[in-house]
Design a protein around this ligand. Structure first.
Ligand code: SAH
Length: 355
């Protein structure tokens, strides 16, 4: 299998004896003109194009399935992609999250995957059910954005690393993909429109804080005490809340950006008044906003969302205390747009087929 050209920074493109300005030309073909073959790169000599083609792949992931939902004003798309080695990952294009980008954002947000499967096994999440298979390369992350722009016909304005996998566990590829996605010669999405979401790898949050880009951080919190959080997320035993919260404070000091806490509400588990007041305490320490997500049911998992009135009460308790709370409307629930769900179905179908 040939390495992807999207894995590389322009200074790393092979020159095969050509002058250095060819690197800029190649980047323009890839990211401005969106060439899909080396052959299209008209201002490159043919022999050079053949040499590039012999050593590098330029192919975007193949669509295995596209699902579209029109239940919201702006449609929601979900794609299941197949990588060169056959691995399946998902990207979702959803109406922009008001929690991350404000109510005025009349735009969509693309959510990309960073790994095939996930090693962290959060108990509510479909991605972890099959375990971790491999990391995506930087180019495979970049290519999801290019493919989403191609298939939706629109320029991606906001990007969240909140699809399948744990971005901070694939740290080098994540940073490299961010660099390419942010660069003026690359996809050119501003750092303030990029958000990385993590299950709470505290040491890596600190490393990310030291990186140069002003990217946003979202934390999958889901429990406001160690007792509740550890029931849902095994990672909490390794990096408990105190450690996570101080890593967030550190991030904030370095970047000066508001942090978003994602909180999936699960009936009878983390929707109590006690959790609401503990969550309030955490948000005061970190200066965070909270995004409440009613739990999406995942086949094979027991968790359900609380009844509407309980969800509203939970949000109100915190709003009354002056916190910034948004309730994520369920977008794309009817197309299995929660993390890992589409792949899970596809793989189950494939299994059902091959048995
Ligand atoms: N590993 C990273 C990114 C992937 S999960 C992280 O943990 O943040 C990102 C998000 O997927 C979670 O925060 C949650 O918002 C969403 N998610 C996963 N399973 C879900 C479910 N069953 N219902 C609703 N949202 C879910």
């Amino acid at each position: 299998m040939k390495p992807l050209i999207f894995d590389m920074l322009p200074e790393e493109y092979p020159l095969c004896g050509q002058p250095a300005y060819r690197k800029k030309q190649i980047a323009e073909w890839l990211y401005k003109n969106r060439a899909e073959t080396f052959d299209e790169m008209k201002n490159l000599p043919s022999a050079f194009k053949s040499e590039l083609d012999a050593s590098l792949s330029i192919s975007l992931p193949k669509i295995i399935r596209e699902q579209r939902s029109d239940e919201t004003r702006l449609a929601t798309f979900k794609w299941l992609w197949q990588m060169q080695d056959g691995a399946l990952v998902e990207s979702v294009l959803i109406p922009a999250s008001p929690a991350l980008y404000g109510e005025t954002a009349d735009r969509r947000t693309l959510c990309v995957s960073t790994q095939v499967g996930c090693a962290y096994g959060c108990h509510f999440c479909a991605s972890g059910l099959g375990g971790w298979k491999r990391d995506l390369t930087a180019g495979e992350i970049v290519a999801q954005v290019l493919a989403a722009e191609k298939h939706s016909g629109e320029k991606i304005q906001n990007l969240v690393f909140m699809g399948m996998g744990e971005p901070l566990a694939n740290f080098d590829a994540l940073l490299r993909s961010l660099q390419i996605i942010n660069a003026p010669w690359g996809i050119g999405i501003g750092a303030r429109h990029l958000t990385v979401s993590t299950c709470g790898l505290a040491p890596k949050i600190k490393m990310l804080a030291e990186s140069p880009l002003q990217i946003g951080l979202a934390i999958s919190l889901h429990g406001a005490t160690n007792e509740v959080r550890s029931q849902l997320m095994p990672i909490n035993k390794k990096h408990p809340l105190e450690e996570l919260v101080s890593a967030c404070v550190f991030y904030q000091e370095k970047k000066g950006r508001l942090i978003t806490f994602e909180f999936i509400l699960i009936d009878g588990l983390n929707d109590t008044p006690e959790q609401a007041s503990k969550l309030t305490e955490i948000c005061r320490r970190v200066d965070a906003k909270i995004n409440i997500i009613p739990c999406n049911p995942v086949e094979g998992l027991p968790w359900r969302k609380p009844p509407e009135d309980k969800i509203e009460r939970f949000c109100e308790t915190m709003q009354k205390r002056g916190l910034r709370v948004t309730l994520r409307k369920e977008k794309g629930g009817n197309i299995d747009a929660a993390c890992g769900q589409l792949r899970l179905k596809e793989e189950t179908n494939i299994k059902a087929f091959t048995i």
